[in-house]
Design a protein around this ligand. Structure first.
Ligand code: P6P
Length: 340
């Protein structure tokens, strides 16, 4: 459920209207969101013609996680960081594409921004949706000129804003500042993001589950039993559920936001801590899903209450409609209680 706008509102107009609801607002967060919107338009243009401008393919390097870096990853990283640097509001960026913190020109800037510049980049060469994810915090050491990494190690509940840009059949930007979730669709003919959905309320239960079943043999028994439960016939609960897995977290979570259901990336033999990154994939998407009425947990704890120890740390994640997440946690908990 969302409110469909009755008149044309651009992203910039919406941001200013939202800011005007807070008389004490300085306009800095609004400027930061506009900066991200501008970078998103530039990235969208390149993503949509990558095959022509030879931005496909790898650039030969590997990121901190040993994953081959696609050229578009670097382009997106550069565009987002330079957009944030221009407005002197952000003091530090942490990005999947950079091993350490990236100090910006304004060491006095009051915001810290986490970025996954191009999530799902393994899908770039096969024309499957990919996305940029951002997560914004207020720095804690407001008046210390030397920003340090520990300033960025804040739990997700301290995010002041978060969102993503999904480069798919259309380019959409979805974000929250803690006052609900809004979505904007890029109209390339005028180069503006136009409000397309306001105040998302996701379904309390959905009939889609999303997980990479290729890792089935490395899951715990509780999760295996849950997936089998999803596949059993039960008309009252809408089972068997449908299986959908795109392989880009932004796309899978956006579908979950709109249609309901659950997205799962559990811990496994290959990724004992989970594959997905807490600070620039799971926290921002959890903020969005919670603001729309959903739930996000690591199996034991609310994702946004995890105290990070490292800027690139990983976590398992079960995220989506409240009833679906409660279902899987029930299976995992019951199995954990089975005496060995
Ligand atoms: P797997 C993309 O590389 C990503 O980080 C997420 O966007 C996506 O959900 C996940 O990895 C896919 O991982 O192991 O299923 O290919």
């Amino acid at each position: 459920m969302t409110n469909k706008p009755t008149k044309l509102v651009t992203l910039d107009e919406y941001i200013i209207q939202s800011q005007n609801r807070f008389p004490g607002a300085t306009g800095e967060l609004s400027q930061l969101l506009r900066d991200i919107g501008l970078a998103a338009k530039i990235i969208s243009r390149e993503v949509n013609k990558a095959g022509i401008t030879s931005l496909l393919g790898v650039d030969g390097s590997r990121n901190i996680h040993g994953e081959s870096v696609k050229k578009l990853d670097l382009f997106a990283d550069q565009q987002l960081i330079s957009a944030l640097d221009r407005s002197l509001i952000t003091c530090m960026v942490i990005s999947e594409e950079n091993d350490g913190i990236v100090r910006l020109n304004s060491q006095g800037g009051k915001y810290i921004v986490y970025l996954d510049p191009l999530d799902g980049s393994s899908n770039i060469d096969v024309n499957v949706s990919i996305g940029s994810i951002f997560s914004i915090y207020m720095r804690q050491s407001r008046f210390d000129p030397n920003i340090v990494e520990s300033d960025a190690l804040q739990p997700g509940i301290r995010q002041v804003a978060a969102g993503y840009v999904l480069y798919g059949s259309s380019t959409i930007m979805v974000y929250t500042t803690g006052m609900g979730v809004s979505a904007f669709t890029l109209d390339p003919s005028i180069g503006e993001f136009i409000l397309s959905d306001d105040d998302f309320e996701m379904p309390d239960h959905g009939t889609i589950y999303s997980i990479n079943e290729g890792s089935y043999n490395s899951w715990g028994n509780g999760l295996k039993k849950y997936i089998k439960y999803c596949q059993l016939e039960d008309q009252e609960s809408g089972r068997p559920y449908s299986a959908r897995y795109i392989g880009s977290m932004v796309a899978d979570v956006h579908r979950t936001l709109v249609k309901g259901g659950i997205f799962i990336y559990p811990s496994s033999k290959r990724y004992p801590e989970g594959k997905l990154r807490l600070m620039y994939e799971c926290n921002p998407l959890s903020f969005i899903i919670e603001q729309a009425g959903g739930v996000a947990t690591n199996g034991n704890k609310r994702i946004m209450e995890i105290q990070p120890d490292a800027i690139h740390e990983r976590t398992p994640i079960y995220i989506g409609s409240r009833k679906n997440v409660e279902e899987v946690i029930r299976f995992i908990t019951e199995e954990a209680e089975v005496p060995v």
